[in-house]
Ligand binder design. Structure first.
Ligand code: PHB
Length: 395
């Protein structure tokens, strides 16, 4: 039977039952009672694994609390945003206008996030950002209905400059994918490294999602800096580390980065990742009961190791559980819902964190090194680091 005919014959059955007064009100109530949760994430392309990790994390946090939100069942929706900024608004509207979601969870890529932000501001739909760090989302374009459970792009790199300088690095080259995430990560690196006393001798970049690094690696070899610092993530990060090692640079010029460089890619990067130093708001090896319990549960559920993206998704799920519980499932009670989300303390595998006024995590940044295929924590590089939230005026 075709889908259409199936639908028609089902509705005929429902109408039949309804005429007896038995079924229809129940079905309508059951459907409208569900909370509609939409994922807008990359499921293809360089960031595909990041999308999967986030969705896994969200689902795990909610299922640990009984699989409901404020006592209500959940209906799930999904859109693959392909990390394609040009389709950002259209894809967000698929969830908001077509699927009428109550909450939109997305996304990874900063350029795509700008599309979601526009739709979130115009529609007022509750929006939780489980990764994309674009400054504007919690600065000039902040909004009462938008909450981020990840970071701003300059947060991890604001913690990077000092440990590099303290290791004796005076001249560094910066390299990145050229788009908001890389450019804003550079701001954090430039500010912290120059403040510590270092000099950025060259900024290099290539368009997202290109991965032809060869010419840039040749340039790095000729500049001979004390170290390289970078922003790359996902599949591109694994390839960058492999190419960096294959070009013979790994043992001559230490590689540092915003910690996304070594998240979720340690198998793919292999020995090329060993010894790479990074700063990030999470580390596999955080030796706390909370992190150990999270890692064991995640590995058991999904047959893979969690990474920072899983943690950010997990915390998006926790935030949603807490917020909707506070309004007993009445997601239309916006003021009370937002208040509960603003004041939530998230008991995260990364360590407890709370929201800044602009709705971005205030959190510790860890200094890490890759050792035996693990991001090993060396210490706290910045304590309770808050983004400036510059220009944020909540309506
Ligand atoms: C971003 O585009 O904001 C972005 C993407 C991947 C990351 C971090 C930031 O790992």
């Amino acid at each position: 039977m075709t889908t259409r005919r199936l639908v028609l014959s089902r509705s005929a059955a429902i109408v039949g039952a309804a005429s007896t007064g038995l079924l229809l009100p129940q079905i309508v109530r059951a459907q409208s009672n569900r909370i509609r949760v939409g994922f807008m994430l990359p499921y293809t392309g360089t960031y595909a694994a990041l999308g999967v990790a986030i969705e896994n994390g969200v689902r795990m946090a909610i299922s640990e609390k009984g699989g409901k939100l404020g006592g209500r069942e959940i209906e799930w929706f999904k859109v693959d945003d392909e990390s394609e900024p040009a389709k950002g608004v259209e894809n967000a509207n698929r969830l908001v206008q077509r699927d009428k979601v109550d909450v939109l969870i997305g996304t990874v890529h900063s350029g795509v996030q700008m599309g979601i932000q526009k739709v979130a501001r115009e529609s007022g739909v509750l929006s939780i950002i489980p990764n994309a760090g674009v400054h504007a989302a919690t600065r000039a374009l902040c909004a009462p209905n938008v909450f981020r459970t990840s970071f701003t792009n300059s947060q991890p790199t604001l913690a990077l400059g000092k440990p590099m300088f303290d290791k004796g690095i005076k001249r560094a080259v910066w390299i990145t994918h050229k788009y908001a995430a890389g450019d804003e990560a550079f701001e954090g690196f430039r500010d912290s490294f120059t403040k510590a006393g270092g000099t950025v001798v060259k900024e290099l970049g290539l368009p997202f999602p290109q991965v032809e690094f060869q010419a840039l690696l040749t340039e790095i070899a000729s500049i001979k800096p004390d170290a390289v610092a970078c922003f790359f993530a996902g599949g591109a990060a694994a390839k960058f580390m492999r190419d960096y090692a294959a070009a013979g640079l790994k043992d001559r010029i230490p590689l540092w980065g915003s910690g996304f460089l070594t998240e979720g890619v340690l198998d793919a990067a292999g020995p090329a990742a060993e010894g790479v130093m990074t700063t990030l708001h999470y580390s596999d090896s955080l030796d706390t009961p909370r992190n150990r319990q999270f890692r064991t549960a995640y590995a058991t559920n999904f047959k893979m190791q969690p990474d920072v993206y899983s943690v950010q998704g997990y915390d998006a799920g926790q935030l949603l559980v807490q917020g909707v519980a506070a309004v007993k499932g009445d997601i239309a009670a916006k003021q009370a819902l937002y208040k509960a989300m603003e004041s939530a303390v998230i008991d995260s595998p990364r360590g407890k964190w709370s929201m800044s006024k602009a709705h971005n995590p205030v959190q510790d940044m860890y200094l890490r090194v890759v050792e035996k295929k693990e991001n090993k924590v060396l210490g706290i590089a910045a304590k309770a680091l808050a983004d400036s939230g510059a220009g944020c005026k909540m309506a």
